[in-house]
Ligand binder design. Structure first.
Ligand code: COA
Length: 414
């Protein structure tokens, strides 16, 4: 098996075949948008008998770390946007080795954190990822949204507006965990591949820029509709969008959408339990589902800790970090994961140095578990129960008290 950088002339048709086989497109012809999607991203392939049979794609971007808005920092992020193996190359270790190779290359090019949406829990743990927080998704009847905010007639958005929608996503209101995916091709590809899209928005920027919008799939006349992208710069704009969604309720019986970071969405739904029970099993059922579907890992420990600003008294400890990715990265990469012994200080000026201090308590953790703790996904004490993380009780309690971050919300799915 050959692990190499994607060569468009040589590998594009094979990559389309892989996506057909994994069911991401229904026909090779439909995979035309793949060329756009790959444009500007870093792609590696595993060739078997000279044909690309496994494709891994990473896009550069940023992810926000924010205890409070005035200390927010953006970290350079590698978004793993696709990991796919064809039917003839399964269980050869291609996906894991290519993902590890991508992480090494991205870390060497300056990415501080990697993030992805998982197909299931477990696989990416083997290359150092830790599970993110729960994400609330709602299927609701738009006519039952309790929103009285006024709204204006919106402008219609089409696939041709991918560039303005991308810009609005980048300029949107952001909080802890929010992501930006930079390559233009990523946005263009994602938008082109939608089958029955609908888009509505408002161009309120001082230069006429798109400020707030919704973009998604309209499955059938009465729905379900799904809102895939939503962007706004103020909560006033968010409520205008919600009022707009409500206005579709004369025709559309159900809308699927992720909970916006700012609010508890259930507050805005009239009689959520009556609706859920009476529509159970129907095409237009309404419900709330909660799963953790995203994962992240630190790629550069020193840099991530240095950018961590917590308004707390310093917490200092030894960190013994274990990074399983080392088993899958070939020796010719400088980056071999971040296993090692460190002395970490968390506070207003955080830093991590290599070494060990005999007078400090020790936290031992896998990189996935440590990444979860650092990003505020779960308390250290909770991770000690279900993940690979261990420390004396006093240190666990100090970390529980010290790392109190808002719930991470990526706001841009990939
Ligand atoms: C997921 C996928 C990429 C894996 O491809 P692959 O090349 O067969 O994977 P690898 O050979 O590198 O690894 C397979 C190993 O992972 C293990 N594995 C798979 N799912 C797992 C899980 N949820 N938890 C733990 N291990 C898992 C397998 O048991 C196998 O273990 P083994 O090496 O001990 O036999 C492939 O099944 C695929 O393309 N699926 C459809 C597209 C998709 O969902 N992609 C992921 C997008 S996030």
């Amino acid at each position: 098996m050959e692990l190499v950088t994607f060569d468009r002339d040589r590998d594009l048709d094979a990559a389309k075949r892989v996506w057909k086989e994994v069911g991401w497109v229904r026909s090779i012809g439909e995979a035309g948008w793949l060329a756009d999607f790959l444009d500007g991203s870093d792609c590696v392939v595993a060739r078997v008998d000279g044909e690309a049979e496994c494709v891994v794609v990473c896009a550069n971007g940023s992810i926000r770390y924010e205890e409070f808005p005035d200390t927010a920092t953006d970290l350079s992020m590698c978004a793993v946007t696709a990991v796919t193996t064809s039917h003839v190359a399964r269980r050869l270790g291609a996906a894991r080795r290519l993902t590890a190779l991508s992480l090494a290359e991205q870390a060497q090019s300056g990415a501080e954190v990697a993030r992805l949406g998982m197909f299931d829990q477990g696989f990416y743990d083997t290359v150092g990822f830790g599970t993110g927080n729960y994400v609330n998704r709602f299927m609701f009847d738009p006519s039952q949204l309790k929103v009285t905010h006024p709204f204006r007639a919106p402008k219609r958005l089409t696939k041709d507006d991918w560039s303005v929608m991308r810009k609005a996503m980048i300029a949107r209101k952001r909080g802890h965990g929010s992501c930006v995916v930079l390559p233009e091709g990523f946005s263009k590809g994602e938008i082109q591949h939608m089958e029955s899209p609908f888009g509505l928005g408002y161009f309120d920027g001082s230069g006429g820029e798109l400020t707030h919008f919704i973009w998604g799939e309209a499955e059938a006349e009465n729905g379900p509709y799904s809102v895939e992208w939503i962007a706004y710069q103020t909560t006033d704009q968010l409520f205008e969008l919600l009022a707009l969604i409500r206005s579709l309720g004369d025709q559309v019986y159900s809308v699927h959408m992720q909970e916006p970071a700012e609010l508890q969405f259930q507050d805005l739904i009239d009689k959520p339990f009556r609706n859920e029970r009476s529509r159970r099993g129907s095409k237009f059922e309404t419900y709330q589902s909660v799963f953790a579907t995203e994962q992240l890992r630190i790629l550069n420990l020193q840099s991530c800790i240095e950018k961590t600003r917590l308004q707390i008294e310093d917490i200092r400890f030894n960190l013994v970090l274990d990074d399983p990715v080392r088993d899958f990265v070939s020796d010719d990469h400088n980056w071999q994961g971040i296993s090692g012994d460190y002395v970490v200080t968390l506070g207003e000026n955080s830093f991590a140095e290599s070494g060990n201090s005999p007078n400090l308590p020790t936290l031992s953790a896998s990189v996935g578990a440590f990444s979860r703790m650092w990003f505020g996904i779960r308390d250290a004490s909770s991770l000690a129960l279900t993940d690979t993380l261990d420390a004396p009780i006093d240190l666990l309690e100090d970390l529980d008290r010290g790392i109190r971050l808002p719930t991470a919300n990526s706001g841009w799915e990939f």
